[in-house]
Design a protein around this ligand. Structure first.
Ligand code: SF4
Length: 458
């Protein structure tokens, strides 16, 4: 009875968050920076912030996450962090030799008011940034936004600093995914590659935070978007942003800065959203859909039809990040599940609620922002009990107390493996997600079956 004091009665709150359903902006900024090859994330704040952000990512990906910090102490807290970061930049290039240092700010440096643009210009004019190396930054105070907005800000910063127009268009597409797993980035690339589409994906954390064990330590793993690739993004024919909250800023910036038009799509989770993505690739690149992709689609569709009786009508509650939630809602709706609740600590704006209701109907309860926390989510679950809960590791307390099966999806997942390697996007990801849902439903059915109904064959 871990959360036995959660009351059923919901009271309106305006100034209190209890167990937030999000984490802080720099976590997302750090993750986005890891998706650029030879880029070292740098946290401009105290060591505690950086330690927390690194440990959140390391625990989720079960791979060591590298990042440096300006190491604020009392002096920097009073006088500002300029001296700290200037020294840090020199040390970073001497010791770790990255191609890019991607600085994100923290609550403390934002409250002090450090002007990173001015400080980094000074670093350049003082000769602390070697020739051919770069230091960029994104403002990511955590008293607003979430890890998703921090991710979005850092991706946009890469575009701002590096995307160029040469005047000559390249027959390639920019793919800008929201905050998703490396396995999902791989799956999205797999779809584009099957279709023969030339693309640049920014960021790309596959082969970075889910690399193989080969006994060697690499400060900079082989994955990640290269600087050369980012520079060409301004010459692409089109951008496709996947997940509005995480990708829109970069896609829009490529349009305003480099005149690259963009489509904003939902993450390709479930058959309809994957179809929409495949179609957008087809139209933008003028290619056709190959048979191998039709087979993947057909396999997912086959299992959807064969197993519909087990999931149809199941009630589900969803908590997590907005772009993933839209994907999960679409997946649940197309499998005839009934979505009761959708809760996100990130506040993605009114379009989010509209999209969820389009997918799931008007009855679904949607709440976003600081008071859309795990406490509130638990209250919703207590008032209207779902058959399944989709959400990150923090849901396990609610699921245990309420005896409801838990589908782990989103960020963070600290207590299971697999999310880094097995996608939820694309047709193959849809099939995998459906398999997990069916396992949860059938395990529960077996557990609760009386002896004479305990069947060998389903
Ligand atoms: S919320 Fe602010 S102070 Fe806390 S870890 Fe995040 S950036 Fe640091």
């Amino acid at each position: 009875m871990l959360l036995r004091h959660t009351p059923t009665e919901v009271k309106e709150r305006s100034a209190l968050t209890i167990n937030p359903a999000k984490t802080c902006q720099p976590v997302g900024a750090m993750y986005a920076a890891l998706g650029v090859h030879k880029c070292l994330p740098h946290s401009h704040g105290s060591q505690g912030c950086c330690a927390y952000h690194r440990s959140a990512l390391t625990r989720h990906y079960k791979d060591p996450v590298m990042a440096t910090t300006s190491s604020f102490t009392e002096g920097a807290s009073v006088f500002g962090g300029q001296a700290n970061i200037l020294e840090a930049i020199q040390n970073i290039f001497n010791l770790y030799n990255p191609e890019i240092v991607a600085v994100h700010t923290t609550c403390l440096s934002e409250v002090i008011g450090d002007d990173l643009t001015q400080i980094l210009n000074k670093a350049k004019s003082d000769g602390k940034i070697p020739e051919g190396k770069f230091v960029i930054h994104a403002n990511t105070p955590s008293f607003k936004g979430s890890h998703v907005t921090g991710y979005s800000a850092m991706v946009a910063s890469f575009v701002q600093h590096f995307a160029e127009t040469s005047g000559k268009k390249l027959k390639q597409i920019n793919l800008i995914p929201s905050f998703i797993e490396p396995s999902d980035m791989s799956e999205i690339k797999h779809l584009a590659e099957l279709m023969g589409v030339r693309y640049v994906m920014l960021p790309d954390t596959s082969d970075v935070v889910n690399g193989p064990m080969d006994g060697k330590f690499r400060m900079y793993p082989k994955g990640g978007t290269t600087l050369k690739q980012i520079k060409t993004m301004g010459d692409s024919v089109r951008s496709i942003g996947l997940g509005r909250t995480g990708s829109m800023a970069a896609a829009k910036l490529l349009d305003t800065k480099c005149k690259v038009p963009y489509d904003l799509l939902d993450l390709p989770i479930g058959i309809k959203a994957t179809d929409a993505f495949v179609d957008a690739l087809r139209v933008a690149s003028g290619v056709s859909v190959p048979e191998t992709l039709m087979v993947e689609r057909g396999q997912y569709l086959d299992v959807m039809l064969d197993m519909n009786q087990y999931v149809s009508g199941k009630k589900v509650s969803l908590v997590g990040d907005p772009d993933t939630l839209i994907g999960m809602a679409a997946f649940c709706a197309e499998n005839d599940m009934r979505v009761l609740h959708v809760v996100s600590g990130t506040a993605p704006g009114p379009k989010f609620e509209r999209r969820i209701k389009e997918l799931c109907g008007e009855d679904v309860k949607v709440k976003t922002g600081p008071q859309a926390d795990m406490f509130y989510f638990h209250q919703l679950v207590k008032n209207e009990r779902p058959d399944l809960i989709f959400g990150n590791t923090y849901c396990k307390y609610i699921c245990r107390d309420e005896d409801i099966p838990h589908i782990r999806v989103g960020f963070p997942i600290y207590d299971r493996v697999g999310h880094s390697y097995f996608p939820v996007t694309g047709y193959r990801g849809g099939l995998r997600l459906l398999e997990r849902v069916l396992d949860a439903v059938m395990d529960r059915q077996d557990r609760d079956a009386v002896e004479e109904k305990f069947e060998l064959v389903m």
